[in-house]
Design a protein around this ligand. Structure first.
Ligand code: BGC
Length: 393
């Protein structure tokens, strides 16, 4: 029933997913952060990202080329996942280059911390807020304050739900991310021709992140038919979104769930053919679990973000693909939105029907995700300057 609702909702998304990629990005700002852990308690992060305390970065727009300027608050969920560091770095650099003062904060995946940080941004004079929420449903009250003060809000990557303070949404086409993951499994297993049956397990993301339902919905809309036909068998029996969700997208949580699935279903040598993982932090957990517990032929494993640890796994044959979402282009698009708001003009959008946050449709700009694998990663990730070759060794 629940899935039916999601599917109905998502079929609108599908209709709207004929879109074009983001406008070009600017200087790469990738940082090699530790992706081996997925909780904020990590002590293994490299020096530049070691603590969240060190992650508060308010900068003056000292650049003499700065235009009129103004202050922009940028709230990111966590430093623990590599992509958010890149998002934050890219946004800060591009906003500063455009002449704005930037207050960039990371919240250790803690909702109360994020609410606090946004309150501080409001009281310290931010004119626009760019927010990648931890829990899309938890910012309604603080954003009322923003609205009262005429501060506009851009939801970054994740939609902020049930708040009419949100002016725009800048993201990747999240449904398309899931579709590409599902199609990858379909094509690799040749589901339309091979006899099967094949064993599949599913690991998706945090229930408080609206994106997780889109990723899951896009993938399941491709794969459900084969599950119904019996060509894909989910031996754990866990298929519904709530059964396959991973709180906080945590690597450790995905890993322990996979440990349990393997010991109950695959410990006797039964082959696991594919694991649909919605992103790289969950794929890492699944890979860790398989390495420790599974003796059969290695399954197809999907992912998303092209985090360094996962690209290394891809090169080593331990992860099959990852969706590449170039954070430089998302940052560039968001900076255009900020600029338009500051200048009192309309921001660029390319989707006005997919993302209803409970108060109405939020005008969105959807960037196009692409998939990376061992064959094309060099072109996508190294030649484009996203990573250096050294970072992937
Ligand atoms: C983002 C993904 C990311 C996940 C976990 C999602 O909202 O779109 O890129 O992997 O959150 O942080």
């Amino acid at each position: 029933m629940k899935r039916k609702l999601v599917s109905t909702f998502l079929s609108v998304a599908m209709a709207a997913s004929l879109l074009v990629g983001c406008g070009g990005g600017s200087a790469p700002a990738s940082s090699d952060t530790n992706t081996d852990t997925a909780t904020e308690t990590s002590t293994e992060a490299p020096a530049d990202t070691a603590t969240e305390e060190a992650s508060t970065e308010t900068t003056e727009a000292a650049d003499t080329t700065a235009s009129g300027g103004g202050k922009v608050g940028v709230a990111m969920p966590t430093k623990d996942l590599q992509r958010w560091n890149q998002d934050g770095d890219n946004m800060k650099k591009q906003l500063e280059d455009a002449g704005y003062e930037v207050d960039l904060q990371y919240a250790s995946n803690d909702i109360a911390t994020q609410v606090n940080q946004i309150e501080n941004m409001i009281s310290s004079g931010a004119q626009v807020l760019v927010i990648a929420s931890i829990d899309g449903d938890s910012l309604g009250t603080v954003l009322e304050q923003a609205k009262e003060q005429g501060i506009q809000v851009i939801a970054y990557d994740r939609l902020i739900m049930n708040s009419d303070a949100v002016s725009y949404y800048a993201t990747f086409d999240n449904y398309m991310v899931g579709t590409k993951q599902g199609e990858y499994i379909r094509d690799q297993l040749d589901l339309d021709n091979a006899a099967g049956p094949f064993n599949l397990e599913i690991v998706t993301g945090d229930p408080g992140d609206n994106n997780a339902r889109f990723f899951y919905g896009g993938a399941i809309d491709v794969l459900q038919k084969y599950i119904d036909e019996g060509k894909l068998v989910v031996k754990s029996g866990q298929v519904e979104f709530d059964e396959v969700a991973t709180a906080n997208w945590a690597t450790e949580t995905a890993q322990s769930r996979m440990d349990a699935i393997i010991s109950a279903n695959y410990a006797d040598g039964t082959k696991l053919d594919a694991v649909l993982c919605s992103n790289d932090s969950t794929a890492l957990g699944v890979t860790n679990s398989l390495e420790a517990n599974y003796t059969g032929d290695w399954p197809i494993i999907t992912g998303q973000d092209c985090d360094i640890a996962n690209v290394k796994n891809m090169i080593a044959g331990k992860q099959s693909m990852s969706i590449f979402k170039d954070t430089r282009t998302l940052a560039a698009k968001t900076v255009e939105m900020v600029d338009a708001i500051m200048k009192g003009t309309d921001a660029p959008v390319n989707d006005t029907e997919t993302y209803d946050n409970g108060t109405g449709i939020i005008p969105s700009y959807l960037c196009e995700p692409v998939f990376a694998d061992a064959n094309n990663y060099k072109e996508l990730l190294i030649d484009s300057g996203y990573y250096t070759e050294d970072q992937l060794q």
